[in-house]
Design a protein. Structure first.
Length: 106
């Protein structure tokens, strides 16, 4: 992926996260500050995944609730699954990573 396309993808992720944060804060499930912190974590995790040469092209959904990151989607190998979890764990503010719904295609 060339740098221009990578930047566009990252911008799209950030915009999407901001929209979701607004919706999440309006539901009353989280305080606005907690939703904002979770959205920042989600953005950082998604950016780390996109920038990584192993998992960057994979469609992995990232959700964060109270610092717990859930990874959802399909990967081609156990190595890719482990790498995605590792990248998420390395993000500041992440309390725990749930990779149970990150499924290796058979």
């Amino acid at each position: 992926m060339n740098p221009a396309n990578l930047f566009k993808a990252q911008v799209a992720v950030v915009v999407g996260v901001l929209i979701l944060v607004g919706c999440s804060a309006m539901t009353g499930h989280q305080s606005p500050s907690a939703a904002l912190n979770d959205s920042a974590i989600t953005t950082k995790v998604k950016s780390s995944l996109i920038a990584d040469s192993v998992v960057g092209a994979l469609p992995i959904d990232v959700d964060t609730n109270d610092g717990v990151v859930s990874l959802n989607g399909f990967v081609d190998s156990e190595q890719e699954r482990m790498r995605a979890v590792q990248l998420a764990q390395a993000v500041t503010g992440v309390k725990r990573v749930d990779g149970r719904n990150l499924v290796v295609k058979r």
